[in-house]
Design a protein around this ligand. Sequence first.
Ligand SMILES: Nc1nc2c(c(=O)[nH]1)N=C([C@H](O)[C@H](O)COP(=O)(O)OP(=O)(O)OP(=O)(O)O)CN2
Ligand SMILES: [Zn+2]
Length: 143
Amino acid sequence: MDEVRNPKAYQTRRITFSACHRLHSPHLSDEENKNVFGKCNHVNGHGHNYIVKVTLFGEIHPKTGMIMNMTELKKFMEEAIMKPMDHKNLDKDVEYFVTRPSTTENLTVFIWRQMKRVMHQPELLYEVEVYETENNIVKYRGE
Ligand SMILES: Nc1nc2c(c(=O)[nH]1)N=C([C@H](O)[C@H](O)COP(=O)(O)OP(=O)(O)OP(=O)(O)O)CN2
Ligand SMILES: [Zn+2]
């Protein structure tokens, strides 16, 4: 007998981009910034090869066998992530980070909002995961 409901699964695509930044909050004094962010507040800034994993959760369409075509997801990620952030100075080139520090936490929220904006079925977005270094990782699920 056929299942009544289509099975649901998680689908992830991973991309990498390079960018530079400096951890600095416009809401803190220079002294406070130094104390909070330490070496990452240095005026010269520094760079990362960020890894971003975007995960969707949804039904596997019975006719296509896909949640979303990976080629389509790739296009959305190019538009939402690569275009605004790759080879950029995050603090100067991305308006979102002019008023808030470019921490990995804030990057996940920015990417989440960007993905929601460009996806045709934004309800499929489940999680955004950003690796700033291989050891520093933040996940965001829209809460
Ligand atoms: N909560 C957060 N803390 C820190 C963030 C952040 O985004 N969220 N970011 C930084 C810096 O940007 C920094 O580049 C990372 O610092 P650090 O952990 O010192 O990393 P290393 O260069 O030593 O490399 P590892 O591979 O992680 O050892 C700091 N804090
Ligand atoms: Zn950094």
